[in-house]
Each structure stands twice: as structure tokens, then as C-alpha cells.
Design a binder for this molecule. Structure first.
Ligand code: AMP
Ligand code: TRP
Length: 336
């Protein structure tokens, strides 16, 4: 039987502290898809990062750190393509062509744009057109599936719309419709440890709100110790009425594979204060091999750069082919 081979594309920004939400919502699933033998392309989307001001040195280090993190989490450059977005110029060029078929009204309605621009006095154009660059990332590789957390679903819808509009406008079948892969469980939306109404976020100014993948064990324990709970001391799972405690249970569940019911049963004899340390221990255990890999890799700068260079070369071959097809149907390429 012939099985349908998926083309997987996803991206992650090399800025901020990569946390458990990114791991469970994105990277862990990337590895599962890679190991299921699909064509996987993962991009460190540095051009997306500069839509907000960045310190150049920190951005540069962030790219290497993110590369080391992805490899430490099991993304294997022999199986997957890992590359830096700005190394493949086709992304910027193709995004221009897509911008010409995108309306301002469509972009202004997107939740992430509204949320990010609300906090700014002057809104950079890059922040506004950010989702079009994301659509270019996806469509350049004729991607069939995009594994992301729930917060990205509107952006994938835009990529779907632009695929349809492009093919329709140019009466072509060049672009392929991408589908979002968003897990239905808690992995798609891990909550902040300080406010369960918010998602765990890289840009949260309070570092106690997230667990960084490279946080040392003592820091992890401390952050869980300070995690918000409520006035009931029992460990029970009730996401509606006990959001903060339930988030801790879900984090343990994602880290260990135990179900929330099993976790509540095992911890029926302790209070939530002590339970926080149980969660901390299971997260520390889960992260231990990843952290060991990370600390080894981060010192191998030459190797990390060579992984990115090879990845860019492989990505460029595909991106260039699609862009040539695109330019042809748009009427931009002359036969010299
Ligand atoms: P970002 O942190 O915005 O660069 O997101 C990188 C990836 O992690 C995207 O696929 C997000 O959807 C995913 N992600 C970010 N925060 C969370 C979270 N709290 N829970 C689950 N997935 C997340
Ligand atoms: N915007 C995504 C985020 O902030 C990152 C991203 C850029 C992306 N290009 C992508 C994700 C393409 C999936 C596919 O998380």
C-alpha cells in the first residue's frame, strides 16, 4: 500500500527563552513527525524575530542556541532539514509576491497583531506583514502539514487563504494547501505558572511564569515552588475551577505520560505545596538528557554552523524551484 508522505514545515523564533510550552506544543511533535519518516523542514525564523527590536549580539547568539536546542531535543540533521530563514533569500522574495495579493483588512484582524501592536506607540510595518512572511515560509516548500501550537492557527488559515487566492488569480496549481497540525490535548496550550489565564510565553517579563528548557534544576524547583495555586490543599484535577493546579497536573502528565487521574491518585496523601515539588522533579528528570545534550552542543559552534549551512543548501534547492514556478505563472520570468 502506498502511504501518503507528508511534507512538514514549521518555524521557531531564535529569541527569548525557549520553554516547556514550545517543547510540548511544537518541538516534541516535530521530532515525532521526523521519526515517522515524513519530509521535515524546520526553520529558525530570524527574519520574524526582527519585527520587534533585537539586540544584534543576542540575536546572533540566539540563533546558535536555538540550533543547539533543536538538536538536543532530538531533531536530527540527517533526517530533517534545519536552517536559518535569512540564509534562504527566496523567503523574502516570495513573501513580496504574496504581499501583493494580501489585503490590509485581512492582516489587521489577526489576534496576534492586535495584541502585539496594542502595546506599541508606533507599529513597524514588519510586525503587520509578519504573517505573510510566515505564509511564504510554508508555501515555498509545498508543505502539507504545519505542526504548531494553538496560537498560530489564524496564521495557518492566512496561508491557506493565500494559497487559494494565488492559485485562483494565476490560474495555476503551483501552491499546495497546508493543514495545521495542532494537538487537541493540553500540549497545544501550556499555561503560565503565574497566571493560568495566559499561555506560557517567551515574552513574559516575569521569568517565574515559564520553565526554560535549559533552566538548571534548582531554578526549576524554585519556579514551581512559587507557582500559583489556590486555597484548596488537595491535589485534584478541575481545569475550570482549579486552573492553576490543573496546569501543574497537565505539565506533569506531559512530562511523564501518566494521566491526570493517575497523578491525582498517586498524590492523594499530600497537599498542593508538596505536590509542586513532585512536578518539579518529574520535569527535571524529563529535561535531564536534553540539558546534557544541550551543554555539549552549545560548545561546538563550528558544528552548529555547518548544520545550518547544509540545511540552508537543501532548503534552497526546494525553495528555488517553487519560486521559479511562481515567477513563471506571475509573468515575471522571461525566457532568455
Ligand atoms: P514562539 O514561542 O511564539 O516562537 O512559538 C514557537 C512554537 O511554540 C509555536 O508553534 C507556538 O505555537 C508554540 N507555543 C508557544 N507557546 C506555547 C504554549 N504556551 N503552549 C503550547 N505551544 C506553544
Ligand atoms: N510565527 C511563528 C511563531 O511565532 C513562527 C513561524 C514563522 C512559523 N514561520 C512559520 C511557524 C512557519 C510555522 C510555520 O511561533
Amino acid at each position: 500500500m502506498q502511504t501518503f508522505r507528508k511534507v512538514i514545515f514549521s518555524g521557531i523564533q531564535p529569541t527569548g527563552n525557549i520553554h516547556l510550552g514550545n517543547y510540548f506544543g511544537a518541538i516534541k511533535r516535530w521530532k515525532e513527525l521526523q521519526d515517522a519518516d515524513h519530509d521535515c523542514i524546520f526553520s529558525i525564523v530570524d527574519l520574524h524575530s526582527i519585527t520587534l527590536p533585537q539586540d544584534p549580539k543576542a540575536l546572533n547568539e540566539g540563533i546558535l542556541k536555538m540550533t543547539a536546542t533543536l538538536l538536543a531535543c532530538g531533531i536530527d540533521p540527517q533526517k530533517s532539514v534545519i536552517f536559518q530563514q535569512s540564509n534562504v533569500k527566496e523567503h523574502a522574495e516570495f513573501s513580496w509576491i504574496l504581499k501583493c495579493i494580501t489585503t490590509m483588512a485581512r492582516l489587521g484582524r489577526l489576534a496576534q497583531f492586535k495584541e502585539k501592536s496594542e502595546k506599541l506607540k508606533e507599529v513597524p510595518l514588519g510586525l503587520y506583514v509578519y504573517p505573510v512572511l510566515q505564509a511564504a515560509d510554508i508555501l515555498l516548500y509545498k508543505t502539507t502539514h504545519v505542526p504548531v501550537g494553538e496560537d498560530q492557527s489564524q496564521h495557518i488559515q492566512l496561508a491557506q487563504d493565500l494559497q487559494r487566492v494565488f492559485n485562483h488569480t494565476y490560474k495555476s496549481e503551483v501552491l499546495v494547501r497546508p493543514t495545521a497540525l495542532i494537538s487537541d490535548g493540553p500540549a497545544s496550550r501550556v499555561k503560565s505558572l503565574r497566571d493560568p489565564a495566559k499561555k506560557m510565553s517567551k515574552s513574559d517579563p516575569d521569568p517565574r511564569s515559564y520553565i526554560g528548557l535549559t533552566d538548571p534544576p534548582e531554578l526549576i524547583t524554585n519556579k514551581f515552588r512559587k507557582a500559583l495555586t489556590d486555597f484548596t490543599s488537595e491535589v485534584s484535577f478541575d481545569p475550570e475551577n482549579r486552573a492553576s493546579v490543573s496546569n501543574l497536573i497537565l505539565i506533569e502528565s506531559l512530562s511523564t505520560g501518566l494521566t491526570p487521574d493517575e497523578i491525582c491518585e498517586r498524590n492523594s496523601n499530600i497537599d498542593t505545596g508538596k505536590y509542586k515539588l513532585v512536578v518539579a522533579d518529574s520535569v527535571i528528570e524529563m529535561l535531564r538528557p536534553i540539558q546534557n545534550n544541550y551543554h555539549r552542543l552549545i560548545n561546538e559552534k563550528g558544528y552548529l554552523i555547518s548544520v545550518l549551512r547544509d540545511g540552508a543548501e537543501r532548503a534552497r534547492t526546494v525553495a528555488n524551484k517553487t519560486l521559479s514556478e511562481v515567477k513563471k505563472v506571475v509573468g515575471l520570468s522571461l525566457e532568455y
